[in-house]
Each structure stands twice: as structure tokens, then as C-alpha cells.
Ligand binder design. Structure first.
Ligand SMILES: Nc1ncnc2c1ncn2[C@@H]1O[C@H](COP(=O)(O)OP(=O)(O)OP(=O)(O)O)[C@@H](O)[C@H]1O
Ligand SMILES: [Mg+2]
Length: 245
């Protein structure tokens, strides 16, 4: 634990040209996240949640402002350095799952590990553990097309957690899950957060997710409208975290 934020954005702007007009997807977002936060971005559709996650994850560049992630200014990273940061340190759960259709469930999850230098046996142990977390070990040989939406979402979650990254960016991770699966997934994520100190940032509309958050940031029209501390714990009570940005 240090006082240095693991993620810090300063006056971040993302402007999309639209004919004569400009869309201000982000309009001056300054936020700091400490290590091991369990935070969520909420706000209406189009308020900039996905845009902000993509910039933090160095998948997209800001038009103005800066984002520092694990000590690195993402605007100044080369493609290779950005890929290294993502491969080693960041797990994404996308709003659309981005599974590779020609590969099996097992291979989709294993993919996240291929560049990290594990042996085949280590990869197998990690992939099966991640599939067990999401209750899909018995579907390891299925292809994405043979899965339901909720099962696909759980594979995407396994792929994000399998490498035990420092940061998990989760865009509507429960959008396709029933209440029981949502609850299970959130408890797994909380455990990773507690045991490994993984920093979670969600983008979500889902009240089931919001109940687990310890920090809720509301975006409206690309700006931070509020930033609140919550009890977290899925409604089961508070747990002190000590962190403050
Ligand atoms: N590639 C793009 N080109 C033009 N406009 C875009 C692009 N990507 C996003 N936008 C616009 O930027 C704004 C913010 O979009 P964003 O996807 O970040 O919203 P969101 O808060 O994630 O919404 P939702 O809850 O629907 O997922 C929207 O007005 C959107 O139309
Ligand atoms: Mg979105």
C-alpha cells in the first residue's frame, strides 16, 4: 500500500467530431484511484463510462488531459509499452464480450496468459481455477457460439481474472447474468480485491453491482457529478478500507 494513486486522471477530455458539432464524451475528468479500491462509474447511457475505462486501459487516447496508470503516463507510451501494460497489469471485461469464436472456452481464457511466460502446466492450473470461479469448468471445451449470453460473460470474466492483474476494468460485467450468478461473480471479485489487492473499476447500471461498491462515481455528460464512499459488501454491511484518494 502506498499513498500514490494506482490510477490518476487530470482534466481528461475526449472529443468526437460529429459534422459541425463536437461530442464531449469526457469533459474534464480528474479522478484518483488508490490500490485495492472497489469503485464504480454510474450515470446515464452516453455519460462517458466506457470512454473513461478505455482511456484508463490505454485502449483509447484522450483528446486533452492526462492519465497516469501504475506510474506511467499513458499518452506517452508506445504501442508496445501500452500492450505490455495491458497484458501484465490490466484485465478487461468488455460490455460486448470479445471472445474469439474459433477457440474453445479454455483457449479463450488461456490466451490472456500466453505472453506471460508461464509453463503449460501452470497455465492449465490457472485457467481451470479461473473457470471454476465462474462455474464453467465443465464447459472448457465448448466454443463461444455454444454458450448462453451469461455463460459468455462468465468466460470473459475468467479471462480477465486469470492473470491476476493489478487492475480490473469491468464494463457492465453483470448485464447478462441472473441474480445468483451476479452475486457469485461479485463475491469472487471481492475476494480477489481483498486477498490480492486487485483494484476494480466497474461501469454499471446494475443495482446488484452498486450494492457491492465502496465508491460510487456518477458521470453526467462527461463530467464527474458526484463521488461518494459507500459501505460495499453487497448490502451485508461495511468493511473499513482506509483508503482515500
Ligand atoms: N467512436 C465514437 N465516435 C463518436 N462518438 C462516440 C464514439 N464512442 C463514444 N461516442 C459518444 O461518446 C459518448 C459517451 O459514450 P460512452 O460509450 O462512453 O457512454 P457510456 O456511459 O458507456 O454509455 P452506456 O451506459 O450506454 O454504455 C456518447 O455520446 C457516445 O455516442
Ligand atoms: Mg458503456
Amino acid at each position: 500500500m502506498t499513498d500514490t494513486p494506482i490510477i490518476e486522471t487530470t482534466d481528461l477530455k475526449k472529443i468526437y467530431p460529429m459534422g459541425q458539432h463536437k461530442i464531449m464524451a469526457l469533459d474534464g475528468v480528474s479522478l484518483a484511484f488508490s490500490r485495492a479500491e472497489f469503485a464504480g462509474l454510474v450515470g446515464p447511457s452516453g455519460s462517458g463510462k466506457t470512454t473513461l475505462l478505455n482511456i484508463i486501459g490505454s485502449l483509447d487516447a484522450p483528446t486533452e488531459g492526462s492519465a497516469v496508470v501504475m506510474g506511467k503516463g499513458i499518452e506517452s507510451l508506445s504501442h508496445k509499452e501500452a500492450a505490455l501494460l495491458r497484458n501484465r497489469h490490466i484485465g478487461f471485461i468488455f460490455q460486448t464480450f470479445n471472445l474469439l469464436p474459433v477457440y474453445s472456452v479454455y483457449e479463450n481464457v488461456e490466451f490472456a496468459l500466453l505472453l506471460l511466460g508461464d509453463t503449460a502446466a501452470e497455465r492449465r492450473r490457472k485457467v481451470m481455477a479461473a473457470l471454476e470461479w465462474v462455474h464453467l469448468a465443465d464447459r472448457a471445451r465448448s466454443r463461444p457460439a455454444q454458450l448462453s449470453g451469461g455463460q459468455s460473460q462468465r468466460v470473459a470474466i475468467a479471462r480477465a481474472v486469470v492473470k491476476q492483474p493489478d487492475i480490473i476494468l469491468a464494463d457492465e460485467p453483470t448485464a447478462n447474468l441472473d441474480a445468483e450468478n451476479s452475486h457469485n461473480i461479485l463475491q469472487t471479485m471481492e475476494r480477489l480485491n481483498r486477498e490480492l489487492g486487485t483494484t476494480f473499476i466497474f461501469a454499471t447500471h446494475d443495482g446488484k453491482v452498486i450494492r457491492y461498491l465502496r465508491r460510487k462515481i456518477t458521470l453526467v455528460d462527461g463530467r464527474v457529478a458526484s463521488d461518494e464512499r459507500l459501505d460495499g459488501g453487497g448490502g451485508a454491511g461495511a468493511r473499513g478500507t482506509g483508503e482515500r484518494p
